[in-house]
Every structure is written in C-alpha cells, then in structure tokens.
Ligand binder design. Structure first.
Ligand code: PEP
Ligand code: MG
Length: 363
C-alpha cells in the first residue's frame, strides 16, 4: 500500500492544518480504498457501483435482471447479486473504519449492460431458463439512440425498483454486519444519480426508507444513514431548493454537469475540442478544469438554494474536477464541505485545498 513518508508527509500535515475542506477519494474496490487511506483520504466521496457489475460472474445476472419479463424474474437474478454486493460493501466499510462512505446507486448507460452478441444472449438464456429468441427481442427493445441521455441513473431505479432495493439492502446489511463485527459504525451515505426533479428523489427515498426499516427489524439494531443526490444536470442545480427538501447532501457530478451544460459529449469531444483550445475559444479543457462562467455558476446557484432550504446540507464535488487545483480553489470559494478525487490525486487535493483556504483568508 502506498504511503507518504518523510518530509512530504510532514508538508502534508502542515497543509492539513491550513485547509478547511475535507478530502475524500473516489473508490469502489478495497484496494483503491486502501490506496486512498494511505494518501490521507478522509472518506469515500463516490463509490460507482456500476463498476462492480462487469465481472464475468456478475454481468450475466445483471443481464438476466434487465431482460426478465416480470418482477419474480428480476428478483431471482437479484438474489444472486445481493450476497456479492453485501460482501463488496463490507470490504469497503472495513477499510474505511467508520469514515464516511458515499455509495452511489447503479448508474450505467443501459447499453453497457445489454448483451452484444448471440453468445451473450445464450449465456443469459442458460442461466435464467428464459427463451433466447424472447431475450433477443427484449434486448432490441431496450436499445437507445442516445444512452447518455436515456435510461440511466435514477430513471433506471424508478423503472426497476428491485435493483435499488437490492443495493440498499446490501449497503445497510453490510454496515450492520461490520458494526457488529468490529465496533466501527459506518454512516453510509446513499447517493442517487442523475436526479433532475425533487419528485424522483421523493419516490426513491421512500423506497429506501422501507428497505431500511425491514433490514433494521431483521437485524434487531439500527444505524444512521443519509440519503442524498448527485447534482449533475442543470435542472437539478436550478431546482436545488426543492431537491434539498429530500436530500441530506449534494455531490456535484461535474463530469455530467459539464457535458449537459455545454451540450458537449464527454465521450466524443476529442474531435473538435483540440481545435477550440488551439483557437482559444476555450482557454482550458472544461472536463479537466471547471468552467467557472457556466458550470461554476450553476454550482453557486445550487449551493445557495440548497443551503437556504436546508441549512445543514452537506456539499461536495466528486467529478474529475475534485482533484484539479484550480477547480478546488473555486469550490473553496463556494464553501463546499469536501472534494472527492481519484485516490492518487489525494495528496494534490490536500495541498490545493490548503492553498485555497490560505489564499481566501489572506484576501
Ligand atoms: C459525474 O458525472 O461527474 C460523476 C462523478 O459521475 P460519473 O463520472 O460516474 O458519471
Ligand atoms: Mg455522472
């Protein structure tokens, strides 16, 4: 496990005394979480659970779930995934030893999960007992022209309630198990992706609470957990006061927020972005350094509206910008509570957050 030592470790300790914002890391494996801890991360700001479903032994069950004809079919597939997810979260909570862990419920573009060949359809047919021809038709129906603006994030959670119910059960059972085994009480932060409207969050939060009550009754114990949301669509930023009524925290997803604010694809910008930079239409790549005029303005609006509706709301950022010094300086100005970045950027974020605090207090 990498760790900071010597003069560098001392410098980081000075930085920690100067900084106001907490620094967390984006991690979904125990290895990444260990790396982040070694670099001084004070929690996990984003666990992207979709990354947990691509292993060969899981993707078939995920496809089975998505392509099932009815709820019992979906539940049979999810019963296979529940123990794996529970073990995933137990491992994360153990590494983080009571530090905050924000777990984002499933947010895939659906096409990444659909079968791509007849062989993959046959695998699902074999595992589920469903008819291959029927599965193929169903997969065709679920195909989208624009998956990044399609059936992803909370929309998936709303149309397939069982997925989020399974994940919430896995998170809370894991937290209860780890608390019983180690005495370390994690406070899971359950995060809903791609929310645009308060109503989406209200529907999902009610379902989360129902699952939580069932888990606590079965376990004979309870623990604290938070439900919050990503702010990664302009509408969510503008409606942040209404959304804050349902959210204990906001985490700014500046990758999607940049994409949707500019109307600029995260995945296809390489074709013309270099020319924009060369002609100085854009001074910097907005997917690396936060665009203050547009995306930054939305963050300011959302932070202000969110705090007005819920003064104790916790605010963070977990897009790539959370590890970029210039962007960190900007969000210090907005008064966010934490930044979350990739594990290896943790030391940079600690330094940048300290620098931002110092230059703010010097002004
Ligand atoms: C984001 O959109 O900024 C984000 C953190 O989520 P993802 O990159 O997984 O879409
Ligand atoms: Mg996103």
């Amino acid at each position: 496990q990498p760790e900071l030592s010597g003069d560098f470790a001392e410098l980081m300790q000075w930085a920690d005394r100067a900084r106001r914002m907490k620094v967390r890391a984006n991690a979904e494996t125990p290895q990444d979480a260990e790396t982040a801890r070694g670099f001084g991360a004070e929690g996990i700001g984003l666990c992207r659970t979709e990354h947990m479903f691509f292993d060969a032994d899981r993707i078939v069950a995920v496809r089975e779930m998505i392509l099932a004809e009815d709820r019992p079919g979906r539940e049979a597939a999810l019963a296979k995934l529940l123990p794996m997810q529970r073990a995933d979260f137990e491992a994360l909570f153990k590494v983080m030893r009571g530090l905050p862990v924000t777990i984002r419920l499933l947010d895939p573009p659906l096409h990444e999960f659909l079968p791509h060949s007849d062989a993959e359809i046959d695998e699902v047919a074999k595992a589920s007992g469903m008819d291959a021809a029927k599965l193929k038709t169903r997969a065709q129906k679920l195909k989208e022209f624009n998956p990044m603006l399609g059936h992803r994030g909370c929309r998936l959670g709303i149309s397939y309630p069982e997925i989020y119910e399974m994940q919430v059960r896995a998170i809370l059972e894991a937290a209860v198990n780890v608390a019983k085994a180690t005495g370390e009480r994690a406070t899971p932060e359950i995060m809903i992706p791609l929310v645009a409207m308060r109503e989406e969050l209200a529907v999902l939060k009610k379902r989360i609470e129902t699952v939580a009550e069932a888990v606590f009754a079965e376990a004979g114990t309870r623990l604290d957990y938070l439900v919050g949301t990503m702010i990664e669509l302009p509408r969510a930023a503008l409606a942040a006061d209404a959304i804050a009524e349902e959210a204990a925290f906001f985490s700014f997803g500046t990758n999607d927020l940049t994409q949707t604010t500019f109307g600029l694809s995260r995945d296809d910008s390489a074709s013309f972005l270099p020319e924009y930079l060369r002609q100085n239409i854009l001074a910097r790549d907005p997917f690396v350094t936060l665009d203050r005029e547009g995306v930054g303005a939305l963050i300011e609006i959302a932070a202000e509206k969110g705090r007005k509706a819920r003064p104790d709301i916790k605010l963070g950022i977990c897009g790539e910008h959370g590890g970029d010094p210039d962007s960190i300086a900007f969000v210090e100005g907005v008064g966010l509570d934490y930044v979350s970045c990739s594990p290896y950027r943790t030391p940079i974020a600690r330094l940048a957050a300290a620098q931002a605090s110092l230059s703010k207090s010097a002004r």
